[in-house]
Ligand binder design. Structure first.
Ligand code: 4AD
Length: 469
């Protein structure tokens, strides 16, 4: 139902109102009664004497636009949550609370909101766990609005970092026949039974949702030298933790002619720091709101990460540090065993909460593609993980095994030689030393904003036993 409330008939002498976003209206310099039109959702309604104050937000900024309406407007119809179109004059606000306000001449309710049934209540600060039940409505709250705008800015900042550093962006496939990480955490793709095919299988081979674009990026780094991809990846792991999702976004880079982990770590650190600096300068209010309401103290923790050089320790050293710790761990640290969350936490504390690269892991813990360090009985590969405070592992990367015969033997041992013939070909036709990494995008957002649970930085989180909407 569309209702119309006019305080005065539109004046034929006036030009049609220019449509402005709330952000642009708020940013207007010295407004002097220009006629504008703003659309959005009512965030608050307050009546005072003969005047009605509304705050309208359209998601373009954290701040809402104050609309001032006289007593000829019917406040009963202007409910919290309703969508409206307001036309009026943009003026300098007499109040110190805002620079600009919109003096309403016409307010049209586009869609009413039943405030009693609306799960988001006026003036209430709902906990993030409560809002998680409403993935279709929570984006209308200040806190989710800020998180998702930061997400959007960070996406743009990552693309801009890679473009400025000379990387080519590649769309790696979502559907693939390989299991890059070899961990068997695959979602298999089936076609609908309504589609009748002569063969049982749509692709003739088993097909899966990708767990990583790395192998396809390796193909492309063999032509473009520096490439990156940034897309959804899928893991069917039964990890009900605050940092695992079944669908998450990964930023992956692959670089040819790279011979040392140092070169890779330099790009990882630059990516983290440059992206964060861009985000902080492009949406400071949104970051500040998250820091203030979700994670007090996070601003200082983030500054500490940005101003210090990231540290580097080897896996072997890390195990030694853990063995000497006075703390009792649930999982006893031992060479050859993967680092657990409690170990990561301890190591970060030990490093003064500066992000730390852990390098050279036992080969038995890592996938087939990592380069052999050829370092004797305690056999390691040139792998690197970056641990960051509040999250733990944020990046995983490695130098890749570029030597044909070494890789061939490894694949033969696992019976994968035939399936990975194309991958071996890359080592036959102009092979180069190369390496790359992947950064979990949601974990990155958790780290900079101080968000405890990964489900709160993903618009529509998918995890074990949950695929809402
Ligand atoms: O360490 P991972 O498994 O590395 C790879 O997939 C490599 N192939 C990447 C590459 O070298 N191109 O994953 C990389 C990062 C992790 O460090 C973590 O931040 C994130 O991806 N990640 C997850 N994030 C959310 N939910 C999950 N289930 C995740 N699994 C990994």
């Amino acid at each position: 139902r569309a209702l119309r409330f006019c305080s005065s008939a539109p004046c034929p002498r006036h030009k049609p109102s220019a449509k402005l976003s709330v952000r642009d209206a708020l940013g207007a310099q010295n407004p002097s009664g220009e006629r504008v039109k703003v659309q959005g959702w009512i965030r608050s309604v307050r009546s005072q004497k003969e005047v009605l104050f509304l705050h309208v937000n359209d998601g373009s900024s954290l701040e809402s636009l104050q609309v001032v309406a006289d007593s000829s407007f019917d406040s009963r119809e202007l409910a919290f949550g309703s969508s409206v179109e307001v036309q009026g004059q943009l003026i300098k606000s007499p109040s110190k609370r805002q620079n600009v306000e919109l003096k309403a001449e016409k307010i049209e309710v586009i869609g009413n909101c039943d405030a009693k049934a609306f799960p988001i209540k006026y003036k209430e600060r709902h906990p993030l766990e409560y809002l998680r039940q409403y993935p279709h409505l929570r984006c209308r709250t200040n806190v989710l609005g800020s998180i998702l705008r930061v997400r959007s800015e960070a996406t743009a900042a990552i693309h801009s970092f890679f473009k400025d550093s000379g990387f080519v962006h590649i769309h790696t496939p979502i559907i693939t026949s390989n299991d890059c990480e070899g961990a068997g955490e695959l979602f298999q793709v089936e076609h609908s039974s309504k589609i009748k095919l002569p063969e049982e299988n749509f692709f003739n081979v088993p097909a899966f949702l990708t767990v990583s674009g790395q192998l396809h990026l390796e193909v492309m780094s063999g032509a473009f030298t520096q490439v990156f991809t940034f897309g959804p990846t899928f893991r069917a792991e039964n990890s009900q933790t605050r940092r695992h999702l079944a669908e998450f976004y990964m930023v992956e880079a692959e670089i040819s002619f790279v011979k040392s982990l140092q070169d890779l770590m330099k790009v990882m650190e630059e990516l983290f720091k440059a992206t964060t600096v861009m985000v902080l300068s492009n949406c400071p209010e949104d970051v500040e709101l998250c820091h203030k309401f979700i994670a007090p103290g996070q601003k200082d923790r983030l500054e500490h990460m940005l101003k210090n050089n990231f540290l580097i320790i080897s896996y072997t050293e890390a195990v030694e540090i853990l063995k000497q710790a006075s703390q009792n761990f649930t999982f006893t640290p031992e060479w050859g065993i993967d680092l657990q969350t409690e170990h990561e936490k301890y190591l970060l504390k030990h490093c003064g909460n500066i992000p730390v690269f852990i390098i050279n892991y036992p080969s038995a813990l890592k996938p087939f593609y990592m380069r052999d360090n050829e370092d004797g009985p305690q056999h390691t590969v040139a792998a690197v993980d970056l641990l960051v405070p509040g999250v733990g592992e944020l990046f995983g990367g490695s130098l890749r095994e570029e030597r044909y015969h070494v890789l061939e033997q490894r694949l033969a041992r696992s019976g994968l030689q035939e399936a990975y013939q194309w991958y071996l070909d890359l080592r036959r036709f102009g092979s180069v030393p190369h390496g790359g990494f992947g950064m979990g995008f949601e974990r990155y957002l958790q780290c900079i904003l101080g968000v405890e649970n990964i489900k709160d930085v993903m618009p529509f989180p998918r995890f074990t036993h949950s695929c809402l909407l």
